[in-house]
Design a protein around this ligand. Structure first.
Ligand code: PEP
Ligand code: MG
Length: 308
């Protein structure tokens, strides 16, 4: 999707009346990072570290991880980058972190749950991220995937802070975390909604299965209502709430997200300019009106039409 004026985007993530919504990129490699910087992304909202190790049989050393992460951070000196701890399991198995065979891998020991039994793997990764932060000069935060409760969020934040990393956050990908957003936010510095998994778990619809793709439409009002709860909680407590799933790459939907209280959107590099331009061409009040209309819609199709 593109909108008129994308070529003229001034590179600042904000609405036409100056309400800041940072426009960030999702990256998984040095090539992605360079493309994101070239596309004008203001930083990185999701660095998928597991993409560095999809073929690894053994845990990479701290030094090897530090070098790999620094190569991704390098184009973002002085800019915000959110590094995600390893999101292993389900659709992204890692050779050195594979759990026992499970009947339902998407509901099993995946994401942050892997770290509860393998704390050393997390602590070594955090040590490598802290080193890469120093090497690159990027303004790094770290977040965990697949967090369900405030206790899990607090546990993760403790480990991040113990590693000397400035800010700790978690992803909101499980409906329970969206419903408990206030308590989760109390435990961390920021949250970021992963709409791919949040849709999958909200609609009980495998994100990899074309047959149920209509359920995983990011315009589904039930999904938007959960995101709205996160935005409200973040506003109330004064902490940032981003969106880093596919939803953020749709320019019209990015406006709705801004209206729901989302403070940054993160997407593939190819959508950065169109989303930046879409936000710049409306006011915050217009975003809020679009959000209200989408939330009240009975279907995804109606939500998309109502937000126009
Ligand atoms: C998501 O689930 O929306 C997300 C951004 O994480 P991933 O796609 O890597 O699972
Ligand atoms: Mg996810």
């Amino acid at each position: 999707a593109d909108v008129a004026g994308a070529a003229e985007w001034n590179g600042r993530g904000e609405t036409g009346d100056g309400h800041v919504v940072k426009v960030l990129a999702n990256v998984g490699s040095p090539v992605d990072a360079r493309a994101a910087a070239d596309a004008g992304a203001e930083g990185v909202g999701l660095f998928r570290t597991e993409f560095c190790y999809l073929d690894a049989d053994d845990e990479p050393s701290v030094d090897a991880q530090r070098a790999a992460y620094a190569a991704v951070l390098e184009p973002f000196r002085g800019k915000p980058v959110i590094v995600r701890s390893l999101d292993a399991g389900a659709d992204k198995p890692l050779g050195f972190l594979s759990p026992e065979a499970e009947p339902n891998p998407a509901l099993g020991v995946r994401g942050v749950r892997v770290a509860f039994d393998r704390v050393g793997v997390l602590d070594r990764q955090l040590e490598a991220i802290a080193g890469a932060t120093a090497d690159s000069g990027a303004d790094v935060s770290v977040m965990a995937p697949m967090v369900a409760t405030a206790e899990e969020a607090a546990w993760f934040a403790d480990r991040v802070r113990a590693a000397g990393i400035a800010r700790a956050g978690v992803m909101i990908e499980v409906p329970a975390a969206a419903l408990g957003a206030r308590e989760v936010l109390d435990a961390v510095d920021f949250v970021s909604v992963g709409t791919n998994d949040l849709a999958q778990y909200t609609f009980a619809a495998d994100r990899q299965l074309g047959a149920v793709a209509t359920l995983n439409d990011p315009w589904q009002p039930a999904l938007l209502r959960l995101i709205g709860m996160v935005g409200e909680a973040a506003k109330a407590i004064g902490k940032p709430a981003g969106v880093c799933g596919e939803a953020a790459s749709d320019p019209m939907l990015a406006r709705v997200l801004a209206g729901l209280g989302v403070t940054s959107v993160s997407m593939n590099a190819g959508s950065v300019r169109a989303v930046g331009a879409a936000l710049a061409s409306v006011t915050l009040a217009e975003c809020e009106r679009a959000a209200e209309a989408a939330l009240a819609a009975p279907t995804a199709v109606a939500a998309r039409a109502a937000a126009k």
